[in-house]
Write a protein that binds this ligand. Structure first.
Ligand SMILES: [Zn+2]
Length: 282
């Protein structure tokens, strides 16, 4: 089946998962490849089978090169041990509804699907390029371009919200979750990509450290009985993967050209992934 037809079928069968991002009404008319609410707001499914819900164009910091580098290194397994651990914490693995908030190029949700996460899965990101990449490579989930602040997703429909290295909106999470739903958030720990940070900021020790205390405290405010898992491991890099790592990480934004040049001539052969998985139960 063509991607667009498959997507139209998904939306028809799961229209209760969505809402109009403009007036918040249900999409009560789904005809062909278009969804519309009773106020006449209309959204079309693209040829790639994605939905575009942004009301105005937005700029984001991720360019295409960065996204394809992230795709390369993520599919090579950079986050697999982390996702293996995260998967164990998902309460509703079989017939739940999962929403991946800020899904990027889609590799995380696709990998979780390969582990056995079934039920309806939607990944969304504010970056159109990221969603194009996801829709090109992965057919395990439904992909949309959307903004968490003007969400096109309906209330109390989701069992699991994944929030992996991306910003949160707890009020919105609360609205979206079913009454016994979960938010699973991944945040970096102090040794996350530490080798890369040391390479980029050889002369600036203050930039070599990172603290997630504020983020965890905020999560705790909303989910006082949270569970925290620490996951730490080393990932081996080929020269090509090292280049991908350099391109994908926002860390490189703050590094001087000299530091980047230095890093390219001093490639790493491994890098540390050190993260916290925060599990909050509604
Ligand atoms: Zn509307």
């Amino acid at each position: 089946m063509k991607k667009i037809a498959k997507a139209a079928l998904f939306v028809q069968e799961n229209s209760e998962l969505f809402q109009c991002p403009i007036c918040k009404d249900a999409f009560d008319q789904i005809e062909g490849n278009s969804l519309s609410c009773k106020n006449g707001h209309l959204f079309d499914i693209s040829k790639k089978g994605t939905l575009y819900f942004l009301l105005k164009g937005t700029k984001n910091e991720y360019d295409k090169e960065m996204l394809s580098s992230r795709f390369n290194i993520a599919t090579a397994g950079l986050f697999h041990p982390l996702l293996d651990e995260l998967y164990k914490s998902i309460a509703k693995k079989e017939d739940g509804h999962t929403l991946d908030v800020g899904c990027g190029e889609g590799s995380q949700l696709d990998y979780l699907a390969s582990l056995g996460l079934s039920g309806q899965k939607i990944g969304f990101d504010i970056s159109k390029d990221a969603i194009q990449l996801a829709a090109t490579h992965f057919s395990n989930a439904f992909w949309c371009v959307a903004d968490l602040a003007q969400s096109p997703f309906a209330s109390q429909q989701y069992d699991t919200i994944l929030n992996i290295f991306s910003p949160s909106n707890y009020k919105e999470f609360d609205r979206l979750l079913k009454k016994d739903g979960q938010v699973i958030k991944v945040v970096p720990e102090k040794d996350y990509l530490i080798e890369l940070r040391q390479l980029f900021y050889r002369d600036q020790e203050d930039k070599q450290t990172y603290s997630n205390e504020v983020v965890i405290a905020k999560f705790k405010e909303h989910f006082p009985t949270l569970e925290i898992k620490h996951v730490k491991y080393s990932f081996e890099l080929t020269p090509a993967l090292f280049e991908d790592l350099m391109k994908m990480t926002p860390l490189s934004w703050g590094a001087s050209p000299e530091s980047k040049e230095y890093a390219l001539t001093h490639p790493l052969n491994k890098v540390t992934i050190d993260v916290c998985v925060l599990i909050g139960q509604k």
